[in-house]
Design a protein around this ligand. Structure first.
Ligand code: T4K
Length: 390
């Protein structure tokens, strides 16, 4: 391991990088490979590869049970799951969303000719600010999509009250919130439905995948048909649908990863605590905290670099990248600064001061089962060195 004593030990100043191989933020966690291969053998034997297969059904039941929710409708990815949920809910016109989220939240709307209207966030929670949402409601508004950013629940109660007051649909992009809770109740039980992602970079993955969780029988049935082109029976199409099906091999991955989920959450939590402990004396940086009375998955280690820090967030990211530590500036620069939204709403930023501020401050650090305590200490030493010796 290289020594990290002075700034001249940093790769940005010409030293060799701390890691030979890149240290990724989104390294997939993978359960028992042996069990997965057993499932793969069974899939080949059965010659049933997709279309509501037995592993898919078992997977859906287990995910629904895990979240204590009535229905899990699994899909090929989280973005298509969002699109299908939006369509099944009948959203039209304008839908209010945060800009501080992954671009898929906004694209899932604009892809179906619905206008995402960006509301500002609370700078402490990084989630939608209900007062800001209220200001964006117009006669064209049909719904609100809250995002449980970093797995921390959006202000569910206040958003539901707004939705009730204005007769709007409410759903959640819960892509980050698999296995998390709000006021002791598992995510999946709020709004009309909630969408999770099982992408490879999520702490729980099915290679690619996603699902809609809901307690609404009719909505669940509509989404099941819509993910299969709208077919109801062999030759009868009753919805405008798409191909959103999850394949058997993805469900198999989900089943083995579900069996390993406790270990992954424990590892993520330990990683988070290690970062928290070691970064606590670094002036001007802080980690986003989790409410310990809730269930958390700790999949994102989110560091904020304040204006008091002697270096900027971008300087820290540049220094980390030079060391082969591929920390990420999620979700900079905010959806409103990306195409097509920046062309459609060139002045949106004026109403999104907290979004702009937070997007400029956040850096997401590597975690998961592929990183160890020693790696974390190196990451922290580099952050310490570049923030103390600028
Ligand atoms: N809503 C929200 C709030 C979301 O965050 C997301 C997805 C969605 C909706 C949509 O769900 P999906 O349709 O994706 O199911 C990544 C993921 O692609 C995306 O799923 C995720 N959010 C987003 C937060 O992160 P990128 O552009 O950062 O991906 P990429 O390819 O740069 O990978 C991230 C890191 O992971 C890199 O350091 C490389 C590493 N990696 C990646 C893959 C795919 C691996 O080590 N192994 C891998 O297999 O978006």
């Amino acid at each position: 391991m290289k020594q990290l004593k002075t700034i001249y030990d940093l790769a940005i100043h010409g030293a060799s990088p701390a890691f030979d191989e890149p240290l990724h933020v989104g390294r997939p966690n993978i359960g028992s490979k042996k069990e997965f291969l057993k499932y793969a053998e069974e899939i080949f034997e059965r010659r049933w590869l997709s279309n509501n297969g037995p592993l898919l059904q078992e997977f859906e039941q287990k995910i629904a049970d895990y979240h204590s929710v009535k229905h899990c409708v699994a899909m090929c990815n989280g973005t298509v799951a969002l699109e299908i949920a939006i369509r099944a809910l009948g959203l039209t016109g304008e839908v209010i969303v945060p800009s501080y989220t992954f671009i898929a939240t906004a694209h899932a709307l604009s892809w179906q000719a619905i206008t995402p209207i960006f509301a500002d966030i609370d700078p402490i929670t990084h989630n939608l600010d209900p007062d800001a949402v209220r200001k964006m409601i117009t006669p064209r508004t049909s719904g609100i999509i809250g995002v449980h950013l970093w797995g921390r629940a959006a202000p569910v109660g206040a958003l539901q009250a707004l939705a009730d007051e204005y007769n709007l649909k409410l759903m959640f992009d819960a892509a980050h919130a698999f296995g998390c809770s709000y006021q002791g109740k598992m995510i999946g039980n709020f709004g009309q439905c909630e969408v999770i992602s099982f992408h490879a970079t999520k702490f729980f993955n099915t290679f690619e995948g996603g699902a809609v969780l809901t307690n609404d029988d009719e909505l669940a049935e509509a989404m099941r048909l819509m993910r299969n082109f709208g077919f109801s029976g062999l030759d009868n199409v009753i919805y405008s649908g798409t191909n959103g099906k999850m394949i058997e091999v993805a469900a198999a991955m989900g089943l083995v990863n579900l069996a390993a989920i406790d270990t992954v959450i424990t590892t993520n939590r330990q990683n988070y605590e290690e970062y928290q402990d070691k970064l606590s004396d670094v002036y001007g940086v802080s980690l986003l905290e989790f409410d310990e009375s809730e269930q958390n998955n700790y999949q994102y280690v989110v560091m904020e670099v304040s204006q008091n820090c002697s270096v900027s967030r971008d300087q820290i990211v540049e220094a980390l990248h030079a060391e082969n530590i591929l920390a990420r500036k999620y979700f900079w620069p905010g959806c409103h600064n990306m195409t097509p939204y920046r062309e459609l709403f060139p002045h949106a930023g004026l109403l999104l001061p907290n979004t702009q501020k937070i997007a400029d401050r956040v850096v997401v650090l590597p975690t998961g089962t592929m990183i160890n305590k020693q790696d974390i200490n190196v990451v922290v030493d580099i952050i310490k060195l570049c923030s103390s010796n600028n």
